[in-house]
Design a protein around this ligand. Structure first.
Ligand SMILES: O=P(O)(O)OC[C@H]1O[C@H](O[C@H]2O[C@H](CO)[C@@H](O)[C@H](O)[C@H]2O)[C@H](O)[C@@H](O)[C@@H]1O
Length: 905
């Protein structure tokens, strides 16, 4: 069994050695007046702003060269004896690639003009090439593409290197799971992250794909440069990325309505699907990742109906109000729901997705996922994390210690606020700088001793933003800098991993002001580095935007900020710097626990095992021996009877699911109409059963006169046509068990931030759906339920863990006891001269929950005993059921069936 991990970029890419250039890693040297500086010393550093950094040799990448000595083939020199082949790592959040802009990879043949950053890069490279030429170093080829240029690449030597683009968090998680022996055979599926038209049809490309397949377990997806450019630079980056991060499409600059690049998005997704389909064998698992590949699950499902497919969205999922602005919204959702299991980082995104699907696909949302016409799709939230084991190894490297020493000396006596972000609007670098400026303006005492080190990774967009941010940096520095002090160190380029780790270790605070972000793993890496093991500074503060997925894991122990509220951000900076050691330690300890609990490896293995479980469940459900409800049979049973009793569950049966403490999400008008239609026939009696309170049910069904109601799962009963409720439960007994149970619930409530207690007339509900740490809350909830069940058994009360809540209710009054009472009352009300043996000759019970199973059982027994002539019990749930029939189409199926019966004259 192989797990296919499909992600836009493979973890490896190719670097070429062009004829006439020194072999990668050869000790190219650059002369400076009076001394010789090896090229590897010329990388970006925290102390040399770009403008004064000596030119970097554009044909060499030392960072990579010393790492892949085993993979390089004959032509590659080994420039350094050490380090180990996997020594190069990148932060979990890598930089976006400047696709087609590397001098040691082919140029793109896509028609679109190069982005401004590429034109600028080209100009710089040409300038650098000239300089290097003057210094006797072989010039790189020009960035102007030509056929001869392509030919050069087709014949050039090449080597496989770690890609510096793509999803670092995913790669680290997969590697950690594999290292821990939790991931068997796996195969990456992705593109090379470089233009390949120049290599199309060449032996070179075949050799590259073969090498990646045999030596690195990677399947290479090859698409035309035009397709890739249209897919990535246009549809992904200009439409999906902004919209998924709430860059409101109404903005005149938004491209959300343009869909000229849609066809390229489809083509690239199709290329991925084709590659997977071609290599898939029965039993294999397919796991598709992120917003670049939303259509792949659906495309694969079409060809492989039985495939086990997971999908995980790494970025945020916006509210349905934002998502519905996308012109191709339905196609995107239909692509995603091709999976068996869809995962999101946090509950908020799951909720948005379910709501969006129920609005746009008319699919029924349940607590577990989506009921489609013919299939069920499970939907979960499961936050990704980092790999503490490898992070710990890497921070012990000498290079990190070296940088720590340099920084300690350079920034002695200064408080350091650090950050490393992509320079696009979504990451909020501009807001951060403005807040910092406000902080310095408002707090003169901090002016000479605080430094903000902002590493900004370039993207191929937003030159305006670039200019604005540079202006703010200049303004802050020119306001407060002096010969010995520079308030902002702004590096508009990435730093190597060792510097990055040193930066996180030496910081006093990390500041993240993303306007939206799926999960900010830099925060996790920072917290990990703040344990004080490698530096006297420790337990630094985390200033974190409340709009990151991370924020919902951290339970308020970070300094949570709204990045648009500059004053609050400035205050948070001050608080971070002035916080006492005890508070810092307390906060950090909790944050550190969360980081260590949500590791990448845990995320990876948990998702895979959930996928196995839901796949089996979904299949069991399809193959269940319980037959589907036969409409034909049902109509016959209905037709031959005239004393009919319907007992119908409410949430999840008559209306789409909604948590019991929340307003019903969709208007139940259709439900009300169907019930009224059915009640037009005087031979029909209908009861609706629910966990809701009597007054809520009265409100919901005030337009259905003559409807009977069962509230609080059987504790209250209102007969058809009656204006009053009967309390079934013994109120003294309820009062007494509530007194015992409440202290237990309060104990768990205090330990579960974000959870709430709902006190109903006959039941108590511990809701933790909105808990800050959902997984921790789930554990607390399980403990809480067993605690109550152990302690309160004698009081005839039990605690039932349900999705997102624990329901504590009496054992003696249930939906079944209410149904029994209804039946008994009907029998008791039979006229003495009634010749019928039973008050009911047709009994239909429909439900989707665990408690409905007992009602099915009771009803079936009446049928078996001959007390009722026709009994029909129908389950919508995906469990083994007591019901005699199942209905796969959820609420719509139920309403359709009831409507058909109502239409029988
Ligand atoms: O810029 P792209 O090539 O389009 O890729 C998008 C981003 O993917 C990765 O980040 C996303 O996944 C992370 C891990 O789950 C998550 O922490 C982050 O919030 C997501 O945005 C990658 O790390 C980023 O560099 C990419 O920009």
């Amino acid at each position: 069994m192989t797990v296919f991990i499909a992600s836009l970029f493979l973890p490896k890419t190719i670097h070429f050695t062009l004829p006439g250039t020194p072999p990668p890693g050869a000790a190219a040297e650059k002369k400076q007046p009076g001394k010789t500086v090896p090229v590897e010393k010329q990388q970006a550093s925290l102390f040399q702003p770009p403008s004064i950094t000596p030119p970097i040799t554009p044909i060499d990448d030392k960072k990579h060269d010393h790492l892949f000595t085993n993979e390089d083939g004959l032509q590659v020199q080994i420039p350094q004896a050490e380090p180990a082949p996997d020594a190069f790592r990148a932060p979990a959040d890598r930089s976006s690639p400047t696709w087609g802009g590397r001098p040691d990879q082919p140029m793109s043949r896509a028609n679109s003009p190069p982005p401004p950053s590429l034109i600028e890069k080209s100009r710089l490279l040409q300038q650098k090439a000239k300089e290097l030429g003057r210094q006797g170093v072989t010039q790189p080829r020009s960035l102007t593409r030509s056929d001869s240029h392509d030919g050069v690449f087709a014949n050039a030597n090449w080597k496989v290197v770690n890609a510096d683009q793509g999803n670092g968090g995913l790669r680290n998680a997969a590697e950690a799971a594999a290292r821990e022996g939790k991931l068997g055979d796996y195969m990456w599926v992705g593109t090379l992250g470089m233009p390949t038209d120049a290599l199309q049809g060449t032996q070179q490309l075949q050799d590259i794909s073969d090498r990646l397949y045999t030596e690195h377990d990677m399947l290479t997806v090859v698409c035309s440069d035009k397709d890739f450019d249209g897919h990535y630079s246009h549809f992904c980056k200009q439409i999906l990325w902004p919209v998924f991060h709430y860059q409101i499409p109404d903005n005149p600059k938004s491209k959300a309505y343009e869909d000229h690049s849609w066809k390229y998005y489809v083509n690239v997704n199709q290329a991925f699907a084709d590659k997977i389909i071609k290599n898939w064998k029965r039993g294999d698992v397919i796991w598709v990742h992120d917003y670049h590949l939303l259509l792949v699950p659906g495309m694969v499902r079409k060809k492989l109906p039985d495939a086990k497919i997971g999908f995980f969205l790494h970025v945020a999922f916006p509210s349905s109000e934002v998502f519905r602005c996308l012109a191709v919204r339905k196609q995107l959702l239909e692509g995603m729901v091709g999976a068996n299991l869809i995962g999101f980082q946090i509950h908020e995104y799951t909720r948005h997705f379910l709501q969006t699907c129920s609005r746009l696909l008319s699919a029924e949302a349940t607590p577990d996922g989506l009921q489609l016409e013919d299939r069920f799709v499970d939907v979960i939230n499961m936050p990704i994390g980092i790999d503490p084991v490898s992070l710990n190894q890497h921070r012990q490297e000498n290079e990190v210690k070296k940088w720590l020493d340099i920084m300690r000396e350079r920034y002695a006596g200064k408080k350091l606020i650090v950050a490393r972000d992509k320079l696009d609007h979504v990451r909020g670098v501009r807001q951060k700088l403005l807040s910092y400026e406000l902080f310095l303006n408002a707090n003169p005492e901090w002016r000479n001793n605080t430094v903000l080190i902002q590493v900004a990774l370039s993207t191929s967009e937003k030159s305006e933003l670039d200019a604005t941010v540079s202006d703010i940096v200049t303004r802050v520095n020119s306001s407060w800098a002096n010969l010995a002090y520079q308030p902002v160190v702004y590096l508009k380029q990435d730093i190597d991993y060792a510097q990055y780790l040193a930066l996180l270790t030496i910081a006093d605070a990390l500041m993240i002001t993303s306007q939206r972000e799926g999960m900010n793993l830099t925060s996790h890496e920072y917290l990990f580095c703040q344990d004080g093991n490698f530096n006297e500074k420790k337990h630094g503060s985390l200033i974190l935007s409340e709009f990151t997925g991370t924020s919902s894991l951290f339970g308020g122990n970070e300094l949570s900020v709204n990045p648009w509220d500059y004053r609050a951000c400035a205050n948070a900076i001050r608080k971070a710097l002035e916080m006492g050691d005890d508070e810092k330690e307390q906060r950090w300890t909790k944050l550190y626990e969360a980081v260590n609990h949500h590791t990448g490896s845990h995320w990876f293995t948990e998702f895979m095992s959930r996928l196995d479980i839901v796949y089996d469940e979904q299949h069991r459900r399809d193959q269940t021996s319980v037959p589907r409800l036969s409409m034909h049979g049902l109509m016959q049973q209905y037709n031959r009877t005239d004393r009919r009793l319907f007992i119908l569950d409410f949430e999840g049966t008559l209306v789409s699911w909604g948590p019991v403490n929340k307003i019903i999400p969709v208007s139940p008008q259709r439900t009300l109409d169907v019930l009224n239609d059915l009640l037009l026939d005087e031979r029909n009696t209908i009861y609706v059963m629910s966990g809701r309170r009597p007054e809520e049910l009265d409100r919901l069904f005030r337009r259905v006169p003559n409807l009977g109601l069962i509230a609080e799962n059987g504790c209250f009963l209102k007969d058809c046509g009656s204006a009053t409720w009967t309390e079934m439960a013994d109120s003294d007994q309820i009062r007494s068990w509530k007194e015992s149970v409440k202290p237990i619930l309060n104990y768990y409530l205090e330990r579960t931030p974000g959870a709430e207690l709902e006190d109903r007339r006959c039941s108590l509900i511990f809701h933790y759906k909105s808990a800050e740490d959902y997984e921790a809350a789930q554990r607390q909830a399980t403990d809480c339920a067993s605690h109550i069940n152990d302690a309160c058994e004698e009081q005839r009360v039990h605690a039932i863990p349900l999705d997102g809540c624990v329901l504590v209710e009496p054992i003696d009054w249930t939906k079944t006891t209410a149904a029994q009472k209804i039946f008994a009352d009907l029998r008791a009300n039979m006229a003495p001269d009634d010749k019928h043996a039973s008050p009911v000759d047709f009994l239909m019970v429909i439900g989707d929950g665990r408690e409905d199973e007992k009602v099915f059982k009771w009803a079936n027994t009446l049928g078996d005993e001959g007390a009722v002539q026709e009994v029909v019990t129908v389950s919508l749930g995906n469990r083994n059921t007591e019901a005699t029939a199942t209905l796969a189409q959820g609420v719509s199926g139920v309403l359709m069936a009831l409507q058909k019966l109502a239409s029988i004259a």
